[in-house]
Design a protein around this ligand. Structure first.
Ligand code: ADP
Ligand code: ADP
Length: 228
């Protein structure tokens, strides 16, 4: 599903954020990405949805060769890769419904299908009753559930989640993890960067640790392994 071969990323200031990463992630896997601040986790995540282009190496995600992808083709891959951020990134002037439907409008889905599918995913994240609310009327956990609905509405094969529980209290984080697990069980590959030691140690999955731009650990049912 995801494959990186000898991937390097050097930013224009000559800092080598990623230094020769090789990785294979299979369909239906749930993978945590851990490591200290500045290790290169965000850069690693961003390369998987072509927010960052590698300086060198090959990246394939769901059959797309991301390193070679033309700029104008990027919208097409966004249909196959859902992204979830720590800070939710909802559009503040749109309702919950509109925030989710927008992702389907962007790929020009038929009107009827947009309505049906948007309500279906809002039901899955238990927010059907808030479809007309504005993002600032929701709690943090609810806003993250809207962003998850938006990420899955086009039925992507892969979800990239960069610290999805980073702004949430422990109880709310458990709700978000249960939702991500359910989405994973329905057949979506999930890659999640996290600093949340309890989550990694309680919901055991594959753990990839990055330090200094390199993979230093890759374990199935691994532990968080850091003290912070
Ligand atoms: P992490 O997510 O693990 O904190 P990042 O991928 O954000 O790590 O950063 C890895 C390294 O690359 C850091 O030293 C950071 O300062 C540097 N870096 C990240 N983004 C940029 C950028 N846009 N320009 C220059 N350097 C960057
Ligand atoms: P949490 O403690 O989980 O972050 P909150 O206490 O922020 O939750 O919110 C609890 C409930 O109140 C949620 O259903 C949320 O939608 C609603 N709510 C929070 N802030 C507002 C607001 N400014 N206007 C309307 N409803 C709100």
């Amino acid at each position: 599903m995801i494959e990186m071969q000898d991937v390097w990323k050097t930013y224009p200031n000559h800092h080598s954020a990623i230094q020769g990463i090789n990785i294979k992630i299979d369909r239906n896997e749930f993978v945590y990405v851990v490591g200290p601040s500045g290790a290169g986790k965000s850069t690693f995540m961003k390369m998987m949805y072509r927010e960052v282009k590698p300086t060198k190496g090959h990246i394939h995600v769901n059959g797309f060769n991301l390193a070679k992808l033309k700029q104008r083709k990027i919208p097409y891959i966004r249909r196959n890769i859902g992204v979830i951020f720590q800070d939710f990134r909802l559009l503040p002037q749109l309702t919950v419904y509109e925030n989710v439907a927008f992702a389907m409008e962007a790929i020009e889905a038929p009107r009827k299908q947009i309505k049906k599918r948007t309500m279906e995913v809002l039901d899955l994240v238990k927010l059907k009753h808030k479809s007309k609310s504005m993002p600032n009327q929701l709690s943090g956990g609810e806003q993250q559930r809207v962003s998850i609905a938006r990420a899955i509405v086009n039925s992507p094969a892969v979800i990239i989640a960069d610290e999805p529980t980073g702004n949430l209290d422990p109880e709310t984080s458990v709700g978000i993890m249960n939702l991500l697990e359910e989405i994973n069980l329905r057949g979506t590959t999930i890659v999640m960067a996290t600093h949340n030691r309890d989550i990694v140690n309680n919901y055991r999955k594959r753990v990839i640790a990055i330090e200094g731009g390199k993979i230093v650990r890759d374990e199935y049912r691994g532990e968080y392994g850091y003290e912070d």
